[in-house]
Design a protein around this ligand. Structure first.
Ligand code: ADP
Ligand code: MG
Length: 342
């Protein structure tokens, strides 16, 4: 069986030498694509690199994969993660991971929070700002400290060590920065949850299962004010400590797992996701982010670190995601010729 990989590369977006920009943070490097292909090849599959450019339809027609392993992030707008899966659906091509609606709903953090609220899953109080005037009433509605983030980003894009504000002046500065850098995008203002950060990995379908819980902690720092921003993530060896399993009481472990699985199900996630929480002063987990397209960079991405620290190597992780996607289509991984299932 031939597996196609869909993805977007950092280097296709910015010329060489300019790869440091946060704008390309969500895209992959050729090393990650090589690592994924190497896993599939080791399991006896043929692979083909389809990328995620505008020639994708021709590429699929020429390469004729039987299945697509999708990690494409897309280029533009809040639907960008769903764009390649939409094309795969038009072509009736089975693929791994969540569908376009789930990918769009979770990328748009405001939409996601509305659904979380409806389902009674605790998430920090928030407001949305589209223009300056809307900042005026914020202090009547929300309590400092406040964190601001672009509404439709991931990979910590637009989130800096200065993103938490304790005063109107700081808030104005952070909002100004985002209006400039992420022009045209609403800004999410959220109450900052001072407390431990725990991310939860989920794998599988009906039923999905918890892969693990991982605490993300600032090395030698003030964990309550920790913010897992780009500067910190990029320098994780020095700045971040990952704890598996987190030392938390049973009740909290249960609440985190339960809320992660509920969110996974309610948003219609498929195959894999990583869900981020902060633990409030009330010892309650607050869901801050659902990632149905978690990073899979060897030795770097949170899900990869989490599984590795619990004894699952990179091949096993990637193969488990493929296998769970196969099961969803009723494909056994040792079947070499696949009949497409819509
Ligand atoms: N309301 C919040 N309270 C506490 N920390 C937050 C909050 N929102 C974001 N953060 C911090 O910022 C990081 C990135 O925010 P997140 O919403 O997960 O964005 P991304 O989609 O870029 O991962 C989180 O991992 C956390 O450290
Ligand atoms: Mg996050």
């Amino acid at each position: 069986m031939k597996i196609g990989i869909t993805y977007n590369l950092k280097e296709n977006v910015l010329p060489e030498g300019e790869l440091d920009s946060e704008q390309v943070e969500e895209f992959d490097s050729p090393q990650t694509i090589n690592a994924i292909c190497a896993v599939f090849e080791a399991y006896g599959f043929k692979t083909t690199r389809l990328g995620g450019e505008t020639n994708i339809i021709e590429k699929i027609k020429t390469e004729k994969p039987s299945f697509v392993f999708n990690i494409a992030e897309g280029y533009w707008g809040r639907n960008r993660e769903g764009q390649i899966p939409t094309i795969l659906e038009i072509m009736n091509m089975p693929y791994s991971g969540s569908d376009p609606l789930t990918l769009a709903l979770t990328l748009d953090k405001v939409m996601a929070k509305k659904i979380l609220r409806m389902k009674g899953i605790p998430t920090p109080k928030f407001a949305v700002i589209k223009k300056w005037g809307e900042l005026i009433n914020i202090e009547n509605r929300l309590t400092y400290p406040l964190v601001v983030k672009p509404a439709w980003e991931g990979s910590s894009k637009g989130i800096y060590s200065t993103s938490v504000s304790n005063s109107r002046n700081e808030l104005r500065k952070s909002v100004q920065k985002l209006f400039e850098r992420y022009a045209g995008q609403p800004i999410l203002v959220e109450e900052f949850i001072r407390g431990r950060e725990i991310t939860v990995g989920v794998l599988g379908n009906s039923p999905a299962k918890i892969m693990g819980l991982m605490e993300i902690k600032m090395k030698g720092g003030d964990e309550d004010n920790f913010i897992y921003c780009l500067e910190t993530k990029r320098d994780w060896l020095k700045k971040v400590e990952y704890i598996i399993p987190p030392r938390i009481e049973k009740k909290l472990h249960y609440a985190l797992s339960h809320n992660a699985l509920t969110a996974f199900r309610e948003f219609g996630c498929r195959d894999v996701a990583r869900i981020d929480f902060r633990i409030g002063r009330d010892n309650q987990p607050y869901l801050i982010d659902i990632n149905p397209l978690p990073g899979l960079t060897p030795g770097y991405s949170d899900l990869v670190i989490m599984t590795q620290m619990s004894g699952i190597n990179y091949s096993q992780l990637i193969f488990s995601i493929l296998n769970t996607a196969f099961s969803r289509y009723g494909i056994s991984s040792n079947i070499t010729k696949l009949t497409k299932v819509a």
